[in-house]
Design a protein around this ligand. Structure first.
Ligand code: GSH
Length: 215
């Protein structure tokens, strides 16, 4: 099986990278630099017309969208235990988290960082950004409450791909100028996630040389 992951440093592609590293997968990492517009080159758009990361390619078949990518990685490598595949209810709860992350938290952050995605009316941007920031704070509080019972991982005693996904939003707090000391359980969780060897390897991949797609 040939696997390629297109990713970018500091982005929501981190959990996919972590998943492949946790699984010990043999994959080709392709690092794009979003600030340089690598995601909008004709070469990348030919691979993935949405121009986003992450993108997983499995034997030539492209799979976009984090929820789909993470589910695919977990199913390709069931022995890595990346999602609770054996228990339909636990799995449903895991998907609930992944879907909330992708469809609500990521969108709230994008309201702040990319308001042009939502309206061309620049007069509306301050309100859009303010609403996004409020929604991010509410999401941080919800994650904090979930971890407040002392559980090591978001699903309980077992690590899952929801954990490195939550680290993405913890990292983004800096860009929102939010002091994460206000969320001690979430910050302890982020430190636990970072300490995993797979996450260390994924973070090292984020510093690897940029790859120009199609060059
Ligand atoms: N719904 C997508 C969102 C992917 C997404 O927006 N990724 C950002 C990076 S965090 C991106 O590619 N941004 C590039 C751009 O908007 O130009 C998912 O969950 O995978």
């Amino acid at each position: 099986m040939a696997l390629t992951l297109y990713f970018a440093a500091g982005s929501s592609s981190l959990p996919a990278l972590v998943g492949l590293e946790e699984a010990g997968a043999d994959f080709e990492p392709v690092r794009l630099v979003l600030a340089k517009g690598d995601q909008r080159t004709p070469q990348y758009l030919a691979v993935y017309p949405r121009g986003r990361v992450p993108l997983l390619v499995v034997d030539g078949q492209t799979i976009g969208e984090n929820v789909a990518i993470l589910a695919t990685i977990a199913n390709l490598f069931p022995r890595a235990g990346l999602l609770p595949l054996a228990d339909p209810v636990e799995l449903g709860r895991a998907y609930e988290l992944l879907a909330w992350f992708a469809s609500s938290i990521h969108v709230a952050f994008a309201q702040v960082s990319r308001p042009e995605r939502y309206t061309r009316d620049q007069a509306a941007w301050p309100a859009l950004k303010a609403g996004g920031r409020e929604n991010m704070l509410a999401a941080y509080a919800e994650i904090e409450a979930r971890l407040a019972d002392g559980r090591p991982w978001l699903l309980g005693d077992t690590f899952s791909l929801a954990d490195p996904y939550a680290l993405v939003f913890h990292r983004w707090a800096e860009r929102l100028d939010v002091d994460m000391a206000a969320y001690p359980a979430y910050s302890a969780h982020a430190a636990r996630v970072r300490a995993r060897p797979s996450v260390q390897r994924a973070l090292a991949q984020e510093s690897s040389p940029r790859v120009l797609v199609g060059a």
